[in-house]
Design a protein around this ligand. Structure first.
Ligand code: 13P
Ligand code: 13P
Ligand code: MG
Ligand code: MG
Length: 364
């Protein structure tokens, strides 16, 4: 059976500030998707959230980029925005309406990660969802999962994985993609994907049979007025087991809370902290950035789950390390590299500051 898994997300209002989500919004989303399921539009659904980002996880048989499915998500976000407005939640409709200004220029539309596949006899899938960061945050873990034998033992010892994986990388400035076959293209790919705000891993495929293995949300990335404005709290879908990395290999990279962009005002670097669903409330300096992992078994298109994969003491040290890193990096205040480079800052007031100081600059 061919199934499409669509994860469509948007920030439609934060509670309180940008730290979390009001339960009413999740209930509204559930009501809308239940109606769609009863009407036969979707096979199954699950609503989750990370921080202030609402995640609609849906299965259906209509393929990727299906208008009806995308409209369903859009209409659901609109309904949730109505609720958010009633409660005057922060930045109601942030990712949908240009007039709902929240001090954030990210409001271009929802983020989407979709994949279509022939359901295997057992189909374990992990959906990662992050807040206060951007899609480049997945580059490091994706490389480790599908390219690094020190992370993924299966690359060495599972004959089904031994041929390696193909990575599709997006150049967000040129809007072009380039494919890399690992392991032989490893060094070429690393030369690019280390620049996480410029080159972003979009998809990963098995090389032996071409099966889709992973897909990240990159749809919002674009250049506007000569400036890259597509930063967005991202999602990532990864298939697992039987020719793909084992569940534990997929989760393993997150035991290292690597530095990502997107903390406070989208303008700071901080560690990506793996947390249980109930801990996905970035509060300290609106952070540090969070990631949750929802595990599902897909059975005839039904979403069996989720299991809260980071709700496990084996990630306690990663959380502790992220807190220690946060203490350290926060002490830099407005200094780089805690604060992003000028051109990468999203909410920058610096052009205004420079304008004000224009006449005070003197030649020497
Ligand atoms: P599969 O090859 O069935 O994915 O099993 C590998 C495994 O689970 C090792 O941990
Ligand atoms: P969101 O992108 O999650 O709305 O966060 C905005 C922000 O930068 C808060 O500091
Ligand atoms: Mg927000
Ligand atoms: Mg957010």
């Amino acid at each position: 059976m061919k199934v499409t898994l669509s994860v469509i997300k948007a920030d439609i209002g934060g509670y309180v500030g940008h730290s979390g989500m009001h339960p009413r919004l999740m209930e509204t989303a559930e009501e809308e998707l239940k109606k769609a399921q009863d009407d036969g539009k979707i096979l199954d659904f699950h609503v989750l959230r990370v921080g202030d980002d609402l995640q609609l996880i849906m299965t259906h048989t209509k393929g990727r980029d299906d208008e009806e499915i995308h409209k369903l998500a859009w209409d659901t976000f609109l309904k949730c925005t109505e609720e958010a407005k009633k409660l005057k939640l922060y930045g109601a409709g942030q990712d949908l309406l240009k007039d709902a200004f929240s001090g954030n220029i990210k409001g271009l539309g929802p983020g989407i990660a979709e994949m279509e596949f022939e359901e295997r006899p057992s189909e374990p899938v992990i959906i990662f969802m992050a807040d206060k960061t951007s899609p480049g945050a997945w580059n490091l873990p994706l490389y480790k999962i599908f390219g690094d034998p020190f992370n993924t033992a299966g690359l060495v010892i599972d004959p089904k994985m031994h041929d390696g994986f193909r990575f599709r990388v997006l150049d967000v400035y040129e809007n072009k993609v380039v494919d890399f076959n690992l392991p032989e293209d490893t060094y070429d790919m690393l030369a690019l994907i280390g620049a996480t705000e410029h080159y972003i891993i979009k998809e990963v495929y098995r090389r032996d049979n071409g099966d889709i293995a992973a897909v990240s949300s990159t749809q919002k990335l674009s250049m506007m007025a000569g400036r890259y404005v597509g930063k967005d709290d991202p999602v990532l879908v990864v298939r697992s087991q039987s020719g793909f990395p084992a569940v534990g290999e997929v989760l393993e990279p997150f035991a290292f809370p690597h530095l990502v962009t997107g903390w406070m005002r989208g303008s700071h670097i901080g560690p990506l902290m793996p947390v249980a669903f109930h801990e996905a409330n970035p509060s300290r300096f609106d952070g540090p950035p969070r990631v949750i992992a929802a595990g599902f078994q897909i059975a005839e298109g039904k979403l069996i789950g989720p299991r809260d994969m980071f709700d496990d003491p084996s990630f306690d040290e990663a959380r502790r390390t992220a807190n220690i890193m946060s203490d350290y990096i926060r002490r830099h205040g407005p200094f780089e590299p805690h604060r992003l480079h000028l051109q990468e800052m999203e909410y920058t007031t610096l052009p205004q500051v420079l304008k004000k100081l224009k006449d005070r600059f003197k030649g020497i």
